[in-house]
Design a protein around this ligand. Structure first.
Ligand code: SF4
Length: 768
């Protein structure tokens, strides 16, 4: 049995187990899954008739896999040894087979009748949806309806939804769950380079001489990338790993240096690292002279002003702010500077803060300042949480402020370009951004948003301050398309539309490194489930807007999408379905069908969009220069008080996925608990809390009951739990304060109380 404290399995340490597992073809990275031997023996269970190339549907690592079929069913999966993941899959990847046949698949459309959801025909359900949307648009205008999408839809689906709403219905009320996870890096990259998405790639992990991992528990949340980093450590053992995280995570456990900072103090820390760079004379002067400008907000600054700003962030001053030693800051700076090629990796820990954009921009600034950019192993690289939040949502412009390929709603020329490309009259696209995620749910609350279509996501559990927004959802006419029912969102729906998932429909995902790769349709969906693309096309026809969507199959939509891209710096016209079916995906830019794809953007000779013969060309900006923005550390959004004395932060564990609508239904993964709250031993002793005791964790917004797990992982005064549990919803407590630039909510910091309770009975209105 797994030992929670030591992470060992039947006498094997986790590391030993991984070593053993890797001896087999197609390494499987298994987590704490109860009886590991039982799970291991389940692979494979039935003879496979044919193997097909595909991609994992879970995290943004985007692992390639082989999918085994037998008599029209997926009966096995294994890592694709020709893909970037080198044949490896983590435990969630292995479960791609089982998710199709998990309990609670939504099989038939449902309509709410007398307060209950009852089975209906597709025609009745879609007629009702179209009728209610039409009524709202005619009576209250097109901005009375909206769409809330997902980084788990295929690119073709997100692109189609955005086009239908922005160019057909004529509302920019198009947003989705990528706002909750990746908006801050999207704004950070765009602010600095003029274009979104990282410039590096996974290949950089094979060349880095130092890793700075900040705000990312890579070992659990992107485990196959963690293994690739470990490959580098195995081949070059002197490669240091620096981890910045308020928790002593599995990632931090293997670090050479762990900076266990107070949550929300990242801006001070990165300023201090840059202070050390400048103090040591390690700034890359050629880089700064040729390729960088300085700004504070809209105001131009120079290097002297930047140096002056940094003087407030000496390690001695910052140590107290961050709760770490000045010496550790100096050591981190030294390791970063002296490596020759440092790769920084980050994700939600930076993104989900009120200073999310500032944190992202300072990490990128550290790379610009030191010249650690555009060379193998020298890059700054954000990891995406979902399989298609980048290429599917950020790049297709399926957010309330954006249009395809980096265009913006606010820029008139961008609107005109898209109107031409979409063949709609000039002036069709409205000139102001629509509701971003939090505002969309507030608009449901106020009654301004009358109807919403929600696809492949679960805001009834994932929105911060959930109690408030669950009540808001009850006020709107809510249409929820999902592969599973019940979820914490379908329970509020007026209409539930059952959807096919993963290998039951074909389409394209894009992973963290700009790799577009194809998932084939291999099996039929259960019951009457349909693809989200099929639903959108049907919806458009019933609204009388079918002409907006001439492309009606995944392949036809992809053709439209790749053709549009050629008029932008994202150009991937050369990525055809034919190529993707043969190759293990391609990284854009990729302008022609004989182009191999681009590993490192902005590097002349490597990136086809970059011009000249110099070291770099930041072509997304008119002057070819990237910007180092000056940011100061601000106070927390909600400091602890006597009534709410703890800082709560939330995250994930290896074996579960997001709100558990999928992984929570798999027997093997269900055994790994998610309804715990980590408490530091000193706090537990002070409050007389015992292991496994039920406690209420609550803020002034709400809370839920969790089981105490006393561990030294967290800092004193801090609590951690996951947002996975369908029954214990921590987002009742989290804050809906958001970054003022990216509008991404600050899930990583709110003030809470913890107190023993006598019962663990679930709240009545949550999925049980
Ligand atoms: Fe799937 Fe991510 Fe695991 Fe790879 S690391 S198998 S993409 S969940």
């Amino acid at each position: 049995m797994k030992n929670e404290e030591t992470d060992s399995f039947e006498g094997l340490s986790r590391r030993d187990f991984l070593r053993l597992a890797s001896l087999g073809s197609g390494m499987v990275f298994l987590g704490g899954c109860g009886d590991i031997r039982e799970l291991w023996q389940r692979q494979p269970v039935i003879a496979v008739d044919s193997w097909h190339k595909g991609v994992c549907r879970f995290c943004g690592t985007g692992c390639g896999m082989q999918i085994g079929l037998h008599e029209g069913k997926v009966v096995d999966v294994r890592g694709d040894k020709y893909a970037h993941n080198r044949g490896r899959l983590c435990i969630k990847g292995v479960m791609n087979r089982d998710i199709l046949y998990a309990p609670d698949r939504a099989l038939y459309p449902m309509i709410r009748n007398n307060g209950k959801l009852v089975t209906a025909s597709w025609d009745d359900a879609m007629s009702l949806v179209a009728e209610r949307f039409k009524d709202a648009i005619e009576t209250y205008g097109s901005d009375s309806v909206g769409y809330f999408g997902s980084g788990q839809l295929f690119t073709e689906e997100s692109y189609t939804a955005s086009k239908l709403f922005k160019a057909g219905i004529r509302t920019n009320n198009v947003d989705g769950n990528p706002r909750l996870c990746m908006a801050s890096p999207a704004y950070a990259y765009t602010g600095i380079f003029g274009l979104d998405e990282p410039m590096g790639c996974y290949d950089d992990m094979d060349h880095a001489n130092c890793f700075l991992i900040t705000g990312s528990n890579t070992a659990e949340c992107h485990p196959i990338l963690w293994e690739r980093i470990q490959d580098r450590i195995r081949s070059r053992p002197e490669t240091p790993i620096i981890v910045v995280d308020p928790r002593h995570t599995r990632t931090a456990r293997d670090a050479d240096l762990h900076l266990q900072i107070i949550p929300g103090t990242d801006v001070a820390l990165y300023n201090s690292l840059m202070y050390e760079v400048v103090r040591r004379g390690a700034a890359d002067e050629e880089m700064l002279a040729k390729f960088v400008t300085f700004k504070q907000g809209d105001e131009n600054k120079d290097f002297e002003a930047f140096r002056e700003h940094l003087s407030n962030y000496s390690p001695e001053k910052v140590a107290a702010v961050c709760g770490i030693s000045a010496e550790s800051i100096r050591e981190a700076a030294y390791l970063f500077i002296s490596s020759g090629a440092t790769m920084t990796i980050w994700t939600m820990g930076l993104n989900q803060q009120v200073q999310g954009v500032a944190s992202n921009q300072l990490i990128i600034a550290l790379h610009l300042l030191t010249g650690n950019i555009g060379r193998p192993g020298a890059t700054c690289f954000s990891l995406t949480g979902q399989p298609n939040a980048g290429g599917g949502v950020r790049d297709t412009g399926a957010l309330s402020h954006s249009l395809p390929n980096g265009r913006k709603i606010l820029v008139p020329e961008h609107r005109r370009e898209m109107e031409k490309l979409w063949n709609v009259p000039e002036g069709t696209i409205k000139p102001t951004p629509g509701y971003h995620a939090v505002e969309m749910f507030k608009a449901m609350e106020s009654g301004e948003l009358k109807c919403a279509l929600i696809m492949a996501t679960n805001p009834g559990q994932s929105m911060p301050n959930t109690t408030r927004y669950r009540a808001a959802m009850e006020k709107a006419f809510l249409v929820v398309a999902d592969a599973f029912h019940p979820t914490n969102t379908t329970i509020f729906a007026d209409v539930v539309l059952p959807t096919s998932m993963w290998a039951e429909k074909g389409g394209v995902f894009s992973n963290s490194e700009r790799r577009y790769h194809h998932v084939p349709k291999l099996v039929e969906a259960p019951g009457e489930a349909r693809s989200d693309l099929n639903i959108l096309v049907d919806f458009a026809d019933r609204l009388g807007l079918g002409h907006i969507l001439p492309a009606r199959t995944p392949e036809a939509v992809w053709e439209e999408w790749r053709n549009i891209s050629q008029y932008s710096y994202y150009n991937f016209k050369g990525i055809t379905y034919e190529r993707m079916k043969k190759e293990r995906g391609l990284l854009w830019p990729c302008p022609t069908e004989d182009h191999p794809g681009t590993c490192r953007r902005y590097v002349p000779g490597e990136d086809p969009m970059a011009k000249g013969n110099d070291r770099l060309d930041f072509y997304g900006r008119p002057d070819g220069r990237a910007i180092i923005f000056i940011h100061n550390q601000q106070g927390p959004p909600e400091p602890p008080t006597d009534d709410y004395p703890f800082i709560l932060t939330t995250g994930r564990v290896l074996e579960h996925w997001h709100t558990d609508t999928i992984t929570g239904r798999l027997e093997e993964l269900e055994r790994v608990p998610v309804d715990f709250v980590e408490v530091h031993p000193a706090d537990a002793q002070r409050l007389n809390l015992r292991q496994d005791m039920p406690v209420m964790v609550r803020s002034n917004r709400g809370g839920d009951v969790f089981r105490v797990r006393i561990v030294e992982k967290t800092r004193e005064g801090m609590l951690f739990t996951t947002f996975h549990s369908m029954k214990r919803i921590i987002n009742h407590a989290t804050t809906d304060a958001y970054d003022p630039i990216s509008k991404q909510p600050a899930y990583k910091y709110c003030a809470v109380a913890i107190e023993p309770v006598s019962t663990t009975k679930p709240a009545a209105d949550e999925v049980s």
